[in-house]
Design a protein. Structure first.
Length: 76
């Protein structure tokens, strides 16, 4: 190693090791936080049903008749 360049000195390599251990610690903390975020309740959907715009017209026509013949369909 050359003494003239600070990035090649032992102090610089020690700083690099310290930074890498810090990044490892931060990564571990981020993983723990990520697990907590994944366990919380899911955000509700903005819409109950997805839009039918652009769907197959034959499918939409069949849906209209399927609703009429469904015995479990509740009438309001």
């Amino acid at each position: 190693m050359c003494a003239g360049f600070p990035w090649t000195s032992k102090a610089a390599s020690a700083g690099l090791a310290r930074r890498s251990s810090l990044s490892t610690t931060l990564f571990a903390v981020a993983c723990v936080i990520g697990c907590c975020l994944a366990a919380r309740p899911e955000k509700p959907k903005a819409f109950r049903y997805s839009p039918n715009k652009g769907r197959d017209p034959k499918f939409l026509r069949n849906q209209r008749y399927a609703k009429k013949k469904d015995p479990n369909q509740t009438t309001k």
